[in-house]
Design a protein. Sequence first.
Length: 432
Amino acid sequence: MTARTLRLAAVLTAATMVTTGCGLLSDGLRGVTLPGGADLGETPFEVTAEFTDVVDLVPQSLVTVDDVPVGTVTSITVSDRWTAMVTMLVNDDVELPSDASARVRTTSLLGEKFVELGAPADGAGSGTLTDGAVIPLERSGRAAEVEEVLGALSMLLNGGGVAQIRTIANELNLALEGNEPEIRALLDDVDTLVGALDERKTEITRALDEINRLGITLADRRGQIEVALDDLEPGLTELEDQRAQLVDMLQALDRLSAVGTDVINRSRDDLLADLELLRPVLQKLAESGADLPESLQLLFTPPFTDAGEAAFAGDYANLYATVDLDLGSVLANLTRSNQPLLGPDSPLAALPPTGQLLGPLLGPTGALQGLQEFPLLGEAVPILPGQVQPLPDRAPEGSTRAPEPGQPTELEQQEAEQRGGGLLGGLLGGGR
C-alpha cells in the first residue's frame, strides 16, 4: 500500500468519526464527563437547592462535604419565583441531615465555584437527606466575592472619611496625653462593668422581655390611657383649688396623731392590765371548745330546739316523756333536800331535817340508815347519818338473853326486817 493510500484512509476515518460524533456532542462539552471528578458511586441520589444568586456557578461543578468532593452539579435552571434551582447528584454513601444547608463557595481568590453541603450551625434535625430532597432559600446562600470586598474597600477609601483618620488620631493623642492613669483606671472600670453585665445577662434579658411585654400591654390600652390622661386634668385642677384645705387637713391629722400617741402612752399600763385580766376569760373560752357554739344554737330556737322538730307532724304533735313513779326514789330525792340553805331567821329553820322526818317512812333499810324512830312519837333519839348507834348488851356465848317484857323476840325482829321496816313497808306490805 502506498503512502497516498494511507493518507486517504486516515482522512476518511476522521471524517467518519466527526460525522458520527455530531449527535453525541450536540450539547457541547457539557454532556461529557470530565476526568478527575467526584466519585458518585453506583446509585447516587439527586438533591435540588434553591439560591437567590449562584454567581458564575456552572454545571459539572463540584459538590463537597467538609471539603471532600461527594457529587457534581448536573443542571442550573430558573424557577417561577426567579430563583436559581441547582440540581446535584450526591454519592449514596454520604449521610446528611434532613435540614442540611447549601452554600456556593470559591476554591480560591480566582478559583472556580462549587457547592458545599453541610449540617446547620444550630444543630442537625432528625432524619437524613434522601433522593429528591429540596433545600429551600432559608438554608442556602453564598460566600462574599472578591469583587464585593474590593468594592466595599474602594468605597471606604474614596468617600468614607479616610482623610480624616489622621486628624482623628492626632486629636485622640492630644486628649489622652498626660491622662494615661485615668484612662487606664477607666478601662479597668469598664472591664469590671462589662463583666458584671455579662454575669447578669440573664436578668437583663428577662428585664428587657418584661419591658417588651409592658410596652405591648400599654400599646393595647393606649385608648384607655389617653382617656385617663384627659380626665386627669380636671382632677388636678380641683386639687389645686383645694390645696389650702388639704394642707389644713394634714396639719390637723398631725396634731391628732400627737394626741393619740400621748393617750396610748398614758393608758398603756391600764391596757396591759386589762388584757392580762382578760387572759383567763379567753383561756376558758378556748377550753370550752365546741361546747360554746353548740350551746348558742339553743339561743335562737325558743321555745323548741332543733331536737323538737321530730315532735311536730302535720296537725298534731308527739309528746315523749319519761316519768319515774318509784315511790322509794321520790322519797329518797326528798331526803336529799338541803334545809341548811334556809336563812337563820327563817321560821322553817326550827323544823328538823327532811331526811329525819322521812325516816319512819323509809325504815332501817331505806335510803338513809339510822332514821328508825319518828322524833315526835317516842323517847328514842334518832340515829342520823354519820353517828354510831350503841350496841345492846350481848349475852355471853353459849347463853340466851330473855327479852324484856313488851319487847319482841329476836325471831320476831328478823321476820319484821324481812318484811321491810318503817311505815312505808307496812303500808305496801313489801320486803326487801
